[in-house]
Each structure stands twice: as structure tokens, then as C-alpha cells.
Write a protein that binds this ligand. Structure first.
Ligand code: SF4
Length: 370
């Protein structure tokens, strides 16, 4: 008689959400501080195998090895800019060999001591929203990242930051590849882990999720009220111009965005940030600035004017300095709190998606095809 062989599929513990992980621990009688220890190994110490978890008994580690696994993304390549910005291309697990990017942006005090260390993470492989100025948008969409893959980016860069700058990262922004609110569950779960004292232990106030304006999800996030910041990628202050560069605006226009933003503020009492890429002769006039100012008055908010990193194949160009100065003057006169974010890492492929495209990522789904 032939013997039946059964292959047990191992559970990747970092793909389980907190409820599922709790249930997994309960089934193993792993409760109380033992379950906490496992959580800390996964999300604080960045373990990639059960053998590293030395404060768990040998028997338990053997059992875990039989039924589960811990996947961790790896660094495929990295670049360093003259201004200190570091860009990482991460290789995800799986036969497709997908890659995503993350950036570490250090700010220094005048004496050269590191101040803020901001990490920009990716939430999806590619993106389906097809904004015309964005390298990632040109790739199309492939898949969502798991919360574990998002937390991995933070953990790995945290280790590098400690080595290089002698301190941990201070801020996290979800502004890398992908639309974070299009991968809502994993992004929220990752933000909870990053702000958990048994995870990365970063205050939720130092975490910012950015969106092109997915109104339903903005309202869902408001209902959750988990204390993280919300930024809206606006980039144009009237529907006509926004339709031109951001296809999402044709279905979710500025009026709908206004309703969602008002709801968000009513529920959370948190101020918002508007991100506004300044493009040469497209959205940099005094009238554009006045329109932006009236949007900034919908609810208490501030504006980040971002100087664009030119992307090959994109006709839009970074605005000129004199136009930036005039634009800022109008915003100041309109009593809008506005700051300028200079482009960083100009000498490397620091625009989101550029590095992955250069590494030969293929074309995925876009809004038009979906
Ligand atoms: S800007 Fe954001 S939403 Fe738009 S295509 Fe790029 S990654 Fe997607």
C-alpha cells in the first residue's frame, strides 16, 4: 500500500493580523508574556527565524519550525546620495521576485549631528492610479504588500539608521510606491505595529499616511481614530488641472474630497497636511496659490510645497525658484501655514518608482485597464 504524504503549508506569522496571531498563540497555549515575546521577536527585534528566539524553549521553537515560518524582505540594492539620502530597493518573497523601494531621508543640525530621520515606505508593488507625474504610476499595479512587508522596511532601515547615525528613525511617511489607502487593512495594521511599544514603538504622531484622496477610506480612517497623521496629495487646486494629472479626480473630485476631509476633521480633530508638487508653468501661478489657500481653509491644515524630482518621460518639470518665491508669498499673505520641501537625492533615483523601473519591473494593471 502506498503511503500518503501530506505537505503541511507553513503559516507566515507576519501575514497574520493581530487577531489571527492571538488565535495562533492560543492554539499553541502560548499566552501572556510568551505571546508577547513572540510578538517582540517578530516586530521589535526583526527575527527571520525561530532559532533566533532564544528566550522561547527549544521544544516550542521546534514546534514553531514545523508549522510556521517568518518571512522577511531583503535588500536587493541601495544607493546613497551626496546629501545623505539613502534609497533601498527591497526584494519581496515569492516567485515573481517583486521589488519595492523605501528611502531614508536624514536631516542634520547645523553642526552635522543627525536630527530627524524620516523613512518613506512603500505599501504596494506598483500603483493603479496612474498620476501622470509619478514613475510608480507608469508601472501599473501588481499586488498589495502585507503588513509584515511594510514593517520589515521600517525595521531594516531602523537597524541601518542606528549603525550609521547612532539613532533610530524618528518619522515614517507612507509616500513610497503605491496608494496606501488602497491597501487599507495592511497599512492600518502596519501603523499599529509600528506605534506599538512591543513593535517599533514610534509615536503615532510621527506616522503620516498620504493619499490621493480615496474618500471612503479617509472616512474609515477617521472612524478608527488611531492618532496617525493624514496627508492629501493634492498637486492641483482646481478640478480641471487635477483631472489632467491625477485620473482619480474624475471620479473623486475636489467637492467629494472636501466632504471627506471635513468628516475626518470632525471625527479626529486632527489637522491635515496638503502635499503640493510645484510644476513649472502648470500649477505655480498666483491664482493657483489663491485656490490652494481656499482649500487649506476647509479645515485646520498646513501645506507642503514640494519641489519636484524630474522623471524621465514626464513632460512636467520642477518649477523655477522665482515662481516658488511668488507662490509662497501669496500663501503667506493668505495666512496659510506653508513650508517648502526641497527635493532630496537628486543625484540618485530618488523619485518614487524610478529605481524599480530601472531594475526592469514589468507593466501591471492601471486604472484604465482595471
Ligand atoms: S502618486 Fe501615488 S497614487 Fe499617484 S500613481 Fe504615484 S504612487 Fe500611485
Amino acid at each position: 500500500m502506498e503511503e500518503e504524504s501530506t505537505i503541511v503549508e507553513k503559516k507566515d506569522l507576519k501575514s497574520l493580523n493581530s487577531e489571527e496571531l492571538k488565535q495562533f498563540c492560543d492554539e499553541l497555549d502560548l499566552v501572556g508574556y510568551r505571546a508577547d515575546q513572540l510578538y517582540q521577536w517578530l516586530y521589535q527585534k526583526g527575527a527571520s527565524s525561530f532559532d533566533e528566539m532564544t528566550n522561547l524553549s527549544k521544544d516550542l521553537r521546534a514546534k514553531l519550525n514545523e508549522i510556521a515560518e517568518v518571512k522577511r524582505i531583503t535588500i536587493h540594492s541601495q544607493q546613497q546620495s551626496e546629501d545623505g539620502t539613502m534609497k533601498f530597493l527591497f526584494q519581496l518573497d515569492g516567485p515573481e521576485k517583486y521589488k519595492v523601494e523605501a528611502v531614508l531621508i536624514p536631516d542634520f543640525y547645523p553642526d552635522g549631528v543627525p536630527n530627524r530621520l524620516t523613512v518613506c515606505v512603500s505599501s504596494q508593488v506598483g500603483c493603479m492610479f496612474g498620476c501622470s507625474f509619478c514613475a510608480t504610476g507608469k508601472m501599473g499595479y501588481f499586488r498589495n504588500l502585507t503588513h509584515g512587508e511594510i514593517v520589515d522596511q521600517v525595521q531594516i532601515i531602523n537597524e541601518i539608521a542606528e549603525e550609521k547615525f547612532g539613532k533610530k528613525i524618528t518619522n515614517i511617511v507612507y509616500m513610497g510606491m503605491g496608494e496606501p489607502l488602497h491597501n487599507f487593512k495592511a497599512v492600518v495594521e502596519s501603523a499599529k505595529i509600528i506605534s506599538n511599544p512591543m513593535g517599533t514603538d514610534l509615536s503615532p504622531k510621527r506616522i503620516t499616511i498620504s493619499t490621493v484622496g480615496l474618500t471612503k477610506q479617509i472616512m474609515q480612517l477617521a472612524d478608527l481614530d488611531i492618532g496617525i497623521n493624514l496627508a492629501i496629495s493634492l498637486h492641483a487646486a482646481d478640478d480641471e488641472k487635477r483631472n489632467e494629472i491625477m485620473p482619480i479626480n474624475s471620479s473623486l473630485n475636489l467637492e467629494k474630497l472636501r466632504e471627506a476631509v471635513k468628516y475626518y476633521h470632525e471625527k479626529t480633530d486632527n489637522p491635515l497636511t496638503y502635499e503640493y508638487l510645484l510644476f513649472d508653468d502648470f500649477n505655480d501661478s498666483a491664482l493657483d496659490a489663491k485656490r490652494l489657500a481656499s482649500i487649506a481653509r476647509w479645515v485646520p491644515s498646513k501645506v507642503n510645497i514640494i519641489m519636484y524630482n524630474d522623471v524621465a518621460g514626464v513632460a512636467l518639470r520642477r518649477a523655477r525658484e522665482e515662481k516658488l518665491n511668488q507662490f509662497m508669498k501669496v500663501l503667506t499673505n493668505q495666512r496659510v501655514t506653508a513650508t517648502v520641501r526641497r527635493s532630496r537625492g537628486d543625484d540618485i533615483d530618488a523619485g518614487c518608482g524610478q529605481l524599480a523601473i530601472r531594475e526592469g519591473q514589468e507593466k501591471g494593471k492601471s486604472m484604465a485597464k482595471a
